[in-house]
Design a protein around this ligand. Structure first.
Ligand SMILES: N[C@@H](CCC(=O)N[C@@H](CS)C(=O)NCC(=O)O)C(=O)O
Length: 217
């Protein structure tokens, strides 16, 4: 299998962490959705990452769809979502919120890094920040102990811990460690897992495709 994308993307990173968790070997094709846009359109018509090229050449898109597929072929003992209802939908609901959080952090970052100087809309940024804070508050109220759902690490934990790490790197002034201490403790718990340690967020890959940290406001 070939995972397409950079490890500064929380969506690519979470697929790689899942692959490590399942013990599924993979190669990586490091393409940037910005620097390598034309090549990306040939991999995924949306020009987005992650994509996963299967051994027979079929290509899957979107981290959630990819992990759903991987969960289906993985050793049942390593599955990251329950198969029974209502547990399954409860885990997937938290996963959706975690992915949505990473999407809002990503959208906010674009306001700084990809707009012409002076063209970012402060009202839009304020709306994104309100969505980010609201989502973190909702997740914080789930009181992970240590996992967000049940007695084992699930897709909910994967989505939320990766999103919180990304939030801290990209929006340090939101001070998420102090503002959401239970989520930060949960994140540290996840990051102690071997699969997380094997796939570090890469600011080098981010910088190579044009990302710069925001100047302090
Ligand atoms: N929901 C998607 C989000 C993927 C996503 O937004 N990826 C970003 C990179 S971090 C991207 O491809 N952006 C390029 C674009 O949207 O044009 C997933 O979980 O895979």
């Amino acid at each position: 299998m070939i995972l397409v994308g950079q490890f500064d993307s929380p969506f690519v990173r979470r697929v790689a962490i899942a692959l490590h968790h399942y013990g599924i070997p993979f190669e990586r094709r490091v393409l940037s959705v910005f620097k390598d846009f034309e090549a990306m359109l040939n991999v995924n018509p949306l020009g987005k990452v992650p994509s996963l090229v299967l051994d027979d050449g079929e290509t899957l898109f979107d981290s959630r769809a990819i992990i759903d597929y991987l969960d289906g072929i993985a050793d049942p003992a390593l599955r990251l979502a329950p198969t029974e209802e209502p547990q399954r939908r409860q885990v997937l609901k938290i996963e959706v919120v975690g992915i949505g959080l990473a999407e809002k952090v990503y959208e906010r970052g674009l306001e700084y890094s990809r707009r012409a100087p002076g063209s970012s809309d402060p009202d839009w940024r304020a709306r994104l920040e309100a969505q980010i804070r609201s989502t973190c508050g909702w997740l914080e109220n789930l009181t992970p102990s240590p996992w967000l759902f049940g007695e084992t690490f699930t897709r909910a934990d994967l989505a939320v811990a990766v999103a919180m790490q990304y939030l801290e790197r990209v929006v340090p002034e939101l001070d998420s460690s102090n503002a959401f201490p239970r989520l930060q403790a949960h994140r540290r718990h996840c990051e102690a897992l071997a699969a997380f340690a094997a796939v570090q967020d890469s600011t080098d890959e981010a910088r190579a495709s044009g990302w710069r940290p925001e100047p302090p406001s």
